[in-house]
Design a protein around this ligand. Structure first.
Ligand SMILES: *Cc1c(COP(=O)(O)O)cnc(C)c1O
Length: 480
């Protein structure tokens, strides 16, 4: 399997790139995002055979269609090491929890939560990041190279990256976070890591300052090359691919026959999670709808309702109680648009490079807009009041406490139920991570997994730095 760029020029005859070539890269050199040349098609016989597999072996089957440059036995060992009950809490890895049952629900529809958040950092990003850690270690050893990951975080991504890379050979992590601005729980999660290859840098500024420093360091190409600096951001194809697996796992748990369809509702920010659902559907998984849920930062809902994609300025980006969805532009969205436009890379480039960069927005044509329905997408928005009401209602009726992001997904899911088609709402975090809003909704503290109790009291390992790119560079050059 080879990969192409969403902005690639087919007439340039670039050398083909395999999975291992793009694994350690971010954007393609032309500024586009990588996608496979085609989506492998899964027929009924294959899907039936997969019904008997455990999660790791299902992951192997799917990944091996896209990763043809790692020997089969090595790939199988990597996924088996990643998707274990010891790391993800249950034998199913992403078990379904029933909420409404069709027999009693007014809609005649089963509604399930699909639990994606039982990994080490209690958010779905572990599903992909844990695999990425093992893939990076494997590929770097194979090449005899090392990599220093530089990132900025306000919470979920940074901790998922640190827990995935801790103790890994050939990899170091340098994670910038705004000093004193993360929740005590999030800070304790990251700063309590004692592994020598994990460096927490608390910057005396806000998240944007951290991100600006990362950009400034990355723009110094000579420094970046010399110190082997890389990233693990959400546009990485390997992360997206790892997420495709749980759409299959959810489908196989919710159905007994391949003639049945299901829908998925996905709390969305950068469009990484739901883009994996799009890939699963393109492979032939019988998905009726992909329900995209946003919070008050409704860039994507606006697109799916109107055909206009308009990125927001920082002043227009709301700080909400589902903070991992607080985005001003959706960094993976270009992948879907490329498919929507019949994989026309020139037109994709025109929209995302010329129009977004010059005018901050683009609008697809009426024909292109009409085509969206055939991809199964539909969308909605949820507000703080909706989150509180949904958390309260779910607790009262089912005795289940859900987190704020999952609440956004469930709220919008209920607007698009089809009788007889199970709705799987992706649970993207555990409520323990967002305790303040849970207390606001139901008046009690959410449960914390045993391993996370009292982590605020553990010794912390971090350095504090001013908002100063040069100081960060000096630190990097002493510690890489
Ligand atoms: C990252 C994140 C999201 C958004 O996922 P995208 O892939 O960016 O769309 C939603 N919920 C939680 C808890 C997250 O951490």
């Amino acid at each position: 399997m080879n990969y192409l760029s969403t902005r690639g020029d087919p007439s340039r005859n670039d050398p083909p790139r395999g999975f291992s070539d793009i694994l350690l890269e971010g954007l393609a050199p032309d500024g586009g995002l990588y996608l496979p040349e085609s989506y492998p098609q899964i027929d009924g016989a294959t899907l039936t055979r997969w019904r008997g597999l455990n999660y790791a072996d299902l992951a192997y089957e799917i990944l091996s269609l896209y990763i043809t440059d790692i020997p089969a036995e090595d790939l199988r060992a990597l996924v088996r090491k990643t998707y274990t009950p010891a790391i993800f809490g249950t034998a199913e890895i992403t078990p379904l929890k029933p909420l409404d049952r069709a027999a009693s629900a007014a809609s005649g529809t089963d509604v399930f939560l699909q639990a994606l958040s039982n990994g080490p950092t209690l958010a779905f990003k572990d599903m992909a990041m844990q695999l990425l850690g093992n893939l990076f270690e494997y590929e770097l050893a194979r090449r005899g190279e090392v990599l220093n990951i530089l990132g900025a975080t306000s919470g979920d991504t940074g901790s998922a990256a640190e827990y995935a890379m801790r103790g890994k050979q050939g990899v170091k992590v340098f994670m910038l976070s705004p000093n004193g601005r993360m929740s005590p729980f999030q800070q304790a999660q990251m700063f309590s890591l004692q592994d020598a290859n994990i460096h927490n840098i608390a910057v005396d500024g806000v998240f944007d300052d951290c991100q600006d420093i990362v950009k400034a360091v990355s723009n110094d190409l000579e420094f970046k090359r010399q110190h082997r600096i890389g990233t693990v951001n959400s546009i990485n194809w390997a992360r997206l691919l790892a997420q495709v697996v749980y759409y299959f796992a959810g489908y196989l748990q919710a159905t007994t026959s391949n003639r049945q369809q299901v829908s998925f509702a996905v709390p969305s920010g950068n469009f990484g999670n739901i883009c994996a659902g799009h890939v699963a559907r393109m492979m032939g998984l019988p998905i009726r709808r992909l329900v995209l849920a946003t919070n008050e930062n409704n860039v994507l809902d606006e697109f799916f309702r109107t055909g206009t994609y308009r990125v927001r300025g920082s002043a227009e980006t709301h700080e909400t109680s589902s903070p991992s969805m607080d985005i001003s532009k959706a960094s993976n969205f270009e992948r879907f648009v490329f498919d929507l436009l019949g994989r026309d890379a020139a037109r994709t480039k025109q929209l995302f490079k010329t129009e977004v960069e010059q005018h901050g927005s683009f609008t697809v044509s009426a024909d292109e807009f009409a085509h969206i329905a055939s991809f199964g997408f539909i969308s909605g928005t949820s507000t703080h009041a909706d989150r509180l009401a949904t958390i309260r209602d779910t607790h009262r009726r089912f005795g289940v406490v859900i987190d704020t992001h999952t609440a956004d997904g469930l709220k919008v899911a209920r607007e698009y139920l089809d009788p007889g088609v199970p709705m799987l709402v992706l649970e993207t975090a555990l409520p323990a991570k967002f305790a303040e809003t849970i207390v606001e909704a139901i008046g009690v503290q959410p449960d914390r997994p045993a391993a996370m109790r009292g982590i605020e009291d553990l010794p912390k390992r971090y350095v504090v730095m001013p908002v100063d790119t040069q100081a960060v560079k000096v630190y990097l050059s002493h510690h890489v």
